[in-house]
Every structure is written in C-alpha cells, then in structure tokens.
Write a protein that binds this ligand. Structure first.
Ligand SMILES: NC(=O)c1ccc[n+]([C@@H]2O[C@H](COP(=O)([O-])OP(=O)(O)OC[C@H]3O[C@@H](n4cnc5c(N)ncnc54)[C@H](OP(=O)(O)O)[C@@H]3O)[C@@H](O)[C@H]2O)c1
Length: 266
C-alpha cells in the first residue's frame, strides 16, 4: 500500500467553488473509536478511497492521521475533512491547530462548522474560518447541518459562500429544492448517513440492486454519485468498506435514478 495506484474511486469528483476537486466518495469515520480508526481508515485507503471525513467531536483524528501517514500516499492525493464542534466558537483557530496536530498534517482540505452554534448561523465563527483558509490551514471551508437561510446569512455577512454543506441525505430525504438552492449558491451538497436514511431492504432498491448484481448499499452510493452529491459511507468492517466503494462503479439508468428519487418522504 505504499503507492497511489490512482484507483477509479477517486475519479468521480466535484469542483468546489474556490477551485479544488472533491472526490464524491469519502470514508465516514463517526463512531469509529480512535484505537480502531487507523485500521479502518487504512482499509479504506487500501481499497481506493482518497477522501476521509472526521471531526474533532469524533475523537479519532489521531487514528485517522496515523493511517494517512502509514499509507505512504502523497498528501495531495488524499482529501481530508474535519469539523469544529459548535461550542468551540471563540477558539476556532486553536481547535483547528489541535486537529492538525492530531492528524499530523499542516492543512486540511476541508474544515466544516459541525452544527450551527446555538442553532444560529454565527457569522463571527465563519469569519474565523475565512481567516484560517486565507492563512492556508484549510484549503476549503464549509458548514454542516446548515439551512439555506443560514448559509445566506454567512454570505451576506462575509461575501464568502461555504464550499460545502454536509447534511443528512439519502433517497428517503431527496429534496430537489435543497439540491438546487445549494447549487445556485455554489455550495456542494455532501450527504451523510447515506446507509441509515433509507432501509437497505427497500423493495425498489432490492430490485435495482438485483438488476446490477450489486448490493442495495452500492446502489445508494451510485445514486449519490449520479446526482453529483458527495457520499461518505462508514463501516468498520473491511469487506463492507471494500464493497461500498465499488458502488461508484454501478451505472444506474436515468429511469432507475428517477425511481430512487421517488423514495423520498420529504
Ligand atoms: N456532519 C454531521 O453532523 C454528521 C452526522 C452523521 C454522520 N456524519 C458523517 O457521515 C458518515 C456516514 O454516516 P453514518 O456513519 O451516520 O452512517 P452510514 O455510513 O450511512 O451507515 C453506517 C452504518 O451502516 C453500516 N454499514 C456500512 N456498510 C454497510 C453495508 N454495506 N451493508 C449494511 N450495513 C452497512 C455500518 O455498520 P458497520 O460499521 O458494522 O459496517 C454502520 O452501522 C459518518 O461516519 C460521518 O463521517 C456526519
């Protein structure tokens, strides 16, 4: 695992408004304990993931960083996201520096406000994010769990749109208006909990999966990719980590995508 074999999984990517490409497939690490994070993230990098999603709040940045270092991959070939807890407003820079130390990196690719602090947009925190980006500690900056109205508040206050909004997403939560609203503002939608939002035994997913000789988890991942939505499935099990990534290669027809869109309950 010492060389980057330019796996196909890195190929589908989306441009962020400030320039960098973000791989559509990432490895989610929530609920992976720090002691297990190095092994799990190592499996993911070995399987071809080139994007890892962690957070200060996950307590596993050290393990994630160990795996990145051990992979031998060039820094520029792995997209690393971390997130600031909402109650760290006022100590943004210190929080990011602690993340970088734990990750063993001198910059992250994406730094997110994990939740709107006190359910408010909080432009003063966003100003600190803009400063950290200007200083090169975060190549791109974004938010998570923000509404479109809250994103508009940040843009109005600073003139800088988040590159990404990471929100709960999946077939059951498909909402074209949210997708369009973010897109109009130049904000990439990154979905989380893709395998929890819709039952994996949903009959439509089962039927489509059978037609592709795939799993329903792979179909969900393929559906995100077809929409240009970033998807970050988590697993602690090597076989699932490998299988989920192969979802990127499942080619859904337009009709299948439309049928999956209709599973939305919003
Ligand atoms: N910004 C936020 O507020 C926020 C919130 C939640 C999540 N996230 C991010 O999004 C990532 C993904 O979300 P998530 O972890 O909530 O959920 P997820 O990735 O949708 O699902 C993870 C669950 O599905 C299981 N699983 C994985 N692959 C499977 C497969 N092929 N078949 C059946 N079950 C499978 C996992 O169990 P095993 O591990 O046992 O395989 C785990 O229980 C997180 O890890 C985190 O990075 C962000």
């Amino acid at each position: 695992m010492s060389t980057d074999n330019s796996s196909d999984y890195t190929r589908p990517s989306v441009p962020l408004h400030n320039g960098p490409q973000m791989p559509l497939l990432g490895f989610g690490t929530w609920q992976i304990p720090n002691e297990e994070a190095a092994a799990a993230t190592g499996f993911a990098l070995e399987a071809g993931y080139r994007h890892v999603d962690t957070a200060t709040g996950y307590g596993n940045e050290t393990g994630v960083g160990k795996a990145i270092a051990a992979s031998g991959l060039a820094r520029d070939s792995v997209f690393v996201t971390t997130k600031m807890p909402p109650d760290h407003v006022g100590r943004e820079r210190q929080t990011l520096e602690e993340s970088l130390t734990k990750l063993g990196l001198d910059r992250v690719d994406l730094w997110l406000v994990h939740w709107p602090p006190n359910k408010q947009a909080t432009p003063q925190a966003w100003e600190q994010f803009v400063r950290a980006q200007q200083d090169g500690l975060a190549t791109s900056i974004g938010v998570s769990n923000y509404s479109i109205e809250q994103i508009d508040e940040l843009i109005a206050a600073t003139g800088v749109a988040p590159a990404v909004n990471q929100i709960k997403w999946g077939p059951g939560l498909f909402d074209q208006a949210v997708l369009d609203g973010l897109s109009e503002r130049g904000v990439v939608l990154e979905g989380y909990s893709p395998l929890r939002v819709t039952p994996l035994d949903d009959p439509t997913l089962v039927e489509i999966a059978a037609a592709h000789d795939a799993t329903t988890a792979q179909v969900i991942i393929a559906w995100h990719v077809r929409h240009g939505i970033v998807v970050i499935p988590k697993s602690s099990r090597q076989e699932r980590i490998v299988a989920n990534a192969a979802g990127v290669r499942v080619e859904l027809s337009d009709d299948e995508v439309a049928r999956i869109d209709k599973l939305s309950t919003v």
